[in-house]
Design a protein around this ligand. Sequence first.
Ligand code: F6R
Length: 637
Amino acid sequence: MTNILKHKKPGSTQETSFEKIHNIIFKNSIDGSKAVAREIADLIKIKNDKKENCVLGLATGSSPITIYEELVKIHKKERLSFQNVITFNLDEYYPISIDNKESYHSFMYEHLFNHIDILDKNINIPKGDLKENKVKQFCRNYEDKISKLGGLDFQLLGIGRTGHIGFNEPGSSLNSETRLVKLDHLTRTDASKSFGGSENVPNTAITMGVSTILNAKRIVLIAWGENKSEMIYESIESKISQSVTASFLQNHKNVTFALDHGSASKLTKIDTPWIVGSKIQWNEETKTRALNWLCSKTGKSILRLSLSDYNENHLSDLVAAVQNTHDLNLEVFNRLQRAITGWPGGKPNADDTSRPERAIPEKKKVLIFSPHPDDDVISMGGTFQRLVDQGHDVHVAYQTSGNIAVSNDSVLKFLEVYNDICEGKEKKIKNAIKLLTDNNDIIEDRSVRDIAGKIREKEALAATRYVGLLDSKVHFLKLPFYETGRIKKNKPNKNDENIMKDIISKIKPHQIYAAGDLADPHGTHAVCIELLFKALKRLKKESFMKNCWVWLYRGAWHEWDIHEIEMAVPMSPKQLLKKRKSIFFHKSQNNSVMFQGDDKREFWERVEERNRDIAKKYRKLGMADYEAMETFRRYHF
Ligand code: F6R
């Protein structure tokens, strides 16, 4: 069997003795998906040439979507036929009707089966609509059918945040087979976004077992994005354990994990490469990373690190590279110190040689991009306030309407007030009120979504007025890719790109701030930043762009690591309180929002903790002791 993933030169790194599973780190999820799709396509073709069936085990979820898109492309462009392919899906929610748009049955037809020439009789998906007393027999038959075909030739897997493969949640045994299982709370929370609330997610599912999966001749597990990094580390480097089902894959002889930089970020060779003796290019960033780690390992601040601390903790290679560790301590200390500034728009009349921003022009035009209408204040509310207070000409551009994230209750409350004021004259409003009182799901109806969008607009205006901005400086871009009325968004296209390009050309900013959640391959933030990058590429040659610097903040979920930070803006307790108040204007985003994930804290609580944590990290390294901080990394285009 050819095996493109195995033959391809592994990403940027070699395997280490810490690792028990073969893995490849791709530049991004698209490259990874293409390589996996190519391996599957080659296998189908080889089997076809030999007049053999190709038995595939398939996964659903957000991770494999691009792989299926690629397979459809290969089918169309290269005339790859799927007539010899027999598929078995890993799992299905139970109970669920086949035509429920959240069923894995619907998913598979939408993303793959409707677009290829596979024979309907060759498609096998666990049935979510069986009577309870039929489930056991169905599972037995599923196993038998796979064995009679000689087993799975190839099994595609994703990984859940519980470490599950298929729906084999923690506690599943090595010899488990296809069966009915209970879903973990975290898995149901992750699914709640698509189901419009966790209460709508089924409690159980039918899944192939661990042994069914391990019997496959070849297994490829895909994982994209930082939120998979913990489980990837556990599966690849920890001992096999029932608490991380994917770790059972260490027992398989022909398995590869296809990763991106986000999901691989906790592997030892990436996180602390000096421990595995990798050859490291010592530059400002890697030195800072090593010292930050050494400080946490020894419990010392940077300027107290001694030569023996380095030598006893795998850093003798760094010692050899720099000669003098005292100078290195000072170098890194100064680098970190200089990143801290109360002048995010540059300090007027100051020597700016080692400051994060230029002193000139003294008053800058600033454009803050915010994917949703609250990311600006959540992620950089303190810096936003400073920029306004320090007299810069600040504009905010809200990239999407964020209308999906306004609950029915909020829209209904607003409409009922309006209806009472207008004495119920409007037919359209009556209709919307009826839809909202009758329905628990997300309502795709345009008029309802538009009102939800308006609510977010007004909340954003209230917040920006509080920060001190004129309404004319606030721009609602309503990028079309977002406006589907559904959780699932359209693919962004030239229209979206043009809107981004136009706003930059109109404002001609000296500084752009944007949400740099680069590791998240599927969310709205990732699409928004990609669109900015494309717009920057197209505008690069314009003369005004020569003076434009781009600063990336992290969205509501992650933080930059110390070594990545190039500007850190401190906040006093009073400034932090003001930031909290500006977040409060986004009332529709309180804790009833279904996109909150498993973290039950409100956004302001999470972000305050994050801002305080980063200040604490600087303090531990021996920097000045601040209440809280917001952090940025420069993007060079
Ligand atoms: C889906 C399945 C699950 C998913 C896993 C990751 O058929 O079996 O194990 O692969 O939950 O889901 P995503 O890709 O949505 O992160």
